[in-house]
Design a protein around this ligand. Structure first.
Ligand code: TXA
Ligand code: MG
Length: 320
């Protein structure tokens, strides 16, 4: 809750926030820090502004975007049905890294939902995101601020390297605290389901709303993050055992857990899933810049607390 109290104390928006909101009101997109990854944000109620996001990202237009809400926003302004489970999850986990899929309100444009009957809603905890949302006083559609299929950005520098001069306004809120995208829970059908694992795990969700469904049903909405080959470095990337990491040749860069084998070239991430997630995308970007023939990622433990990390690694390692 420390992020929330910082937000509350940020009562007077500074000139940087005011300039960002002015850009949003003109229909421009901006780079926006959140506690998960940086977002590419634009006015969720302005289809032309939302079209800017798709053009910048090079993302297929039928892929839905998450709407980010200011603290205190009413879910019923954005969703036409708000099940009790949604209300309880919002009360427990917002502001924070949780996206709720609900039946859309009629005023949410098709451009945001990809023409689907549902909308993704999230109240981010980052104080700078909330300062912008408070001043903007409406919802901001924001996918991760990377070109389609690229690794998500966890710093303002990553966002600038993705878009350069095409995105003049990038707010710098430092390195993202969590480093992987929000948990997505679909509450639009009779049985709630996790569509994308994240920092808030199944047990935490089930402690609030009871058992979640397994897997996806036929009617489950499309999630572009569930396509293979998402979050990928340009360098061919492979998941490897410790023995394979130890045997990696000189042209290979490795992403090792806890310790780099002697003689290997690469980057180490901690053997703790939260700390590992925090550094994951920055490490993949770093390794991708080294001109390697291949990136070998040491497979982390296949335990429940590593689920979100393993999900992202499996996608990063799927072939283009
Ligand atoms: O942490 C996050 O969620 C970050 C930050 C910026 O908030 N955002 C993010 O957005 O990861 P994006 O667009 O990169 O991924 C959002 C995922 C996509 O896979 C999209 O398909 C899915 O959410 N999504 C959005 N609206 C949906 C809907 N109505 N039904 C099903 N999936 C939806
Ligand atoms: Mg993304």
């Amino acid at each position: 809750m420390s992020l929330l109290s910082e937000t509350a104390s940020m009562s007077e928006p500074n000139t940087e926030i005011l300039a960002a909101v002015a850009a949003l009101r003109r229909g421009d997109a901006i780079g926006l820090p959140t506690e998960t990854v940086y977002g590419l944000a634009a006015d969720a109620l302005d289809p032309a502004a939302v079209a800017r996001i798709f053009a910048l990202k090079g993302r297929p237009a039928d892929h839905p975007l998450i709407v980010h809400l200011p603290i205190g926003a009413a879910l019923s302004d954005w969703a036409r049905e708000v099940p009790d489970a949604a209300q309880r999850l919002a009360e427990r986990f917002w502001p924070g890294p949780l996206t709720l899929i609900l039946k859309r309100h009629a005023r949410v444009p098709d451009a945001v939902t990809g023409g689907q009957d549902t909308v993704g809603l999230r109240m981010p905890a980052h104080p700078m995101a909330q300062a912008v949302l408070k001043e903007f006083n409406s919802g901001l559609a924001a996918p991760s601020a990377n070109r389609f299929g690229h690794v998500s950005p966890t710093s303002a520098a990553h966002v600038r390297s993705e878009f350069g001069a095409a995105l003049p306004v990038v707010l710098d809120g430092g390195d993202c605290e969590l480093g992987i995208e929000s948990t997505i829970v679909d509450l639009s059908a009779s049985v709630p389901r996790i569509l994308r694992p994240g920092s808030i795990g199944r047990l935490a969700l089930e402690s609030v709303i009871g058992p979640l469904g397994e897997g996806k049903n036929e009617a489950s909405p499309r999630v572009s993050g569930s396509l293979e080959q998402h979050y990928s470095p340009s360098t061919p990337t492979r998941l490897c055992s410790r023995a394979e990491i130890e045997a990696a040749g000189p042209s290979v860069q490795v992403l090792a857990v806890d310790q780099l084998p002697s003689g290997a070239r690469g980057v180490i991430l901690p053997a703790d899933p939260v700390d590992y997630a925090h550094g994951l995308y920055a490490s993949l970007r770093e390794l991708d810049c080294r001109g390697a023939s291949e990136i070998c990622v040491e497979r982390p433990p296949q335990a429940a607390e590593w689920l979100a990390v393993n999900d992202r690694l499996t996608r990063a390692a799927s072939r283009r």
